[in-house]
Design a binder for this molecule. Structure first.
Ligand code: SF4
Length: 410
């Protein structure tokens, strides 16, 4: 098989340092109790917790690491044996399975013995109900409170009454978090965290935007890795410093005409969850076919440009209600259509993730509708975010090869 040349991202060293800092700080806090720890869903109210001095640990991020290093498969059956169906979110089942087995990939990566014990568990149902069930498992295990936001989904437009309800829920979290944090809430600190988080979003959006260049500066697989700080360190200056560095490097690529895929001929859009354990294999497959996955819904999900420090509660409520996953198909299709134009996309790839219906958008006709509307073909890949039993490597490679052939012949 032809070898695929990759242009390494130089900022990776700094990326690793930022991620290590995140986990090592959490570990130190868990061991020394020098700071309180909040666990939070990935698009949950992290900024509020940060402003009250909590360190924030993201349980989905931990699950994604289990997917990336392919240990998820060892743990999912353990959760299944505890009554969690193999059909529900494999982030949840792999994470709970790993906990029940008393293991974490953080040990190998950072020498951390166990996941940091929470003082409080936070969630927002803006993405799915699974995060609620997930934290309630840990609430029983650690005997700590659950504090969260219930946000409706499948919205055509984000209604003012919904934003109002979420704003109230956010405000009501404050006294409970103050009690757990053992300190008072300071609105100015909250404004500052929100401003830092918004800047992180803007920088991350700019990073992704460099892939509009021809050839694209980064692939979906690169972006899935380098989005780490936008997920786990948003609201912290270290994330922003990192993205400034990465952005400078990618702008240089644009100036010099350096693409992530050598000899790029096709540009695809990835809709749905990554297949964490197959990121490299997918990247190599696309690379071999001179195709770059230049844009995705998933990696843009951590862009919260609506945060406004002047109106922190309401703007945060609106931003977290407006995320892609919470919209109806009309809003989602408009969003994808815009990205297709911006990134000069010539094919759509939909990932039908077996255990995440929430982030799978090809089950109600969207792929056909978009192909017709945009006059570009689509491919549906069956797989899963963490459960590789739902994924066939050979079948997927054959489908991608046939898809590229179809585009080249058209
Ligand atoms: S959105 Fe999907 S992958 Fe994420 S926690 Fe919910 S069910 Fe799991």
């Amino acid at each position: 098989m032809q070898e695929v040349k990759r242009v390494e991202i130089k900022a990776t060293t700094q990326f690793k340092a930022v991620m290590a800092q995140h986990f090592l700080e959490l570990d130190e806090a868990a061991r020394t109790k020098n700071k309180k720890i909040a666990w939070c869903s990935s698009v949950g109210p992290a900024e509020l917790a940060l402003s009250l001095g909590f360190l924030v640990y993201y349980y989905e991020n931990h699950a994604a690491i289990l997917g990336t290093n392919r240990t998820a498969m060892d743990y999912i059956p353990i959760a299944n044996a505890h009554g969690y169906s193999p059909d529900i979110c494999s982030y949840l089942t792999s994470d709970i399975g790993a906990y029940l087995k008393g293991e974490t990939p953080l040990t190998k990566a950072y020498g951390i013995e166990k996941i940091p014990r929470p003082d409080v568990l936070l969630y927002n149902t803006n993405q799915c109900r699974d995060v609620y069930d997930w934290v309630n498992f840990y609430a029983k295990e650690f005997k700590v409170p659950v504090v969260g936001i219930n946000t409706p989904r499948t919205q055509r437009q984000v209604r003012d009454d919904v934003v109002q309800s979420v704003t109230i829920q956010l405000e009501e979290m404050v006294p409970r978090l103050e009690e757990i944090a053992g300190r008072s809430f300071d609105i100015d600190e909250f404004r500052e965290v929100l401003a830092t988080s918004r800047e992180c979003s803007q920088l991350w959006e700019e990073v992704l935007g460099t892939a509009k260049a021809k050839p694209s500066t980064i692939t979906f697989s690169d972006a899935c890795i380098h989005m780490g700080p936008a997920v786990v360190m948003r609201g912290r200056k270290e994330a922003n410093d990192y993205y400034r560095l990465l952005l400078a490097e990618l702008k240089e690529r644009v100036e010099q005409g350096i693409g992530a895929v050598e000899g790029e001929r096709h540009r695809f859009y990835w809709e749905g969850m990554p297949i964490w354990g197959k990121l490299r294999m997918m990247s190599e497959t696309f690379g071999r076919l001179k195709a770059c996955v230049s844009a995705s819904t998933y990696c843009s999900s951590w862009v919260f440009s609506g945060f406004d420090p002047k109106d922190p509660f309401q703007s945060m409520a609106r931003a977290y209600c407006s995320i892609f996953i919470g919209q109806d198909d009309v809003g989602k299709e408009d969003y994808i259509a815009e990205k297709v134009e911006q990134f000069s996309i010539d094919g759509l790839i939909f990932h039908d993730a077996k255990t995440c219906p929430n982030n799978t958008n090809c089950r109600y006709g969207m792929a056909d509708r978009l192909s017709e509307r945009l006059s570009i073909p689509h491919l549906i890949i069956n797989g899963d975010l963490n459960d590789l039993r739902c994924f066939s490597e050979e079948q997927t490679i054959t489908s991608i090869e046939a898809f590229v052939e179809q585009i080249e012949e058209s």
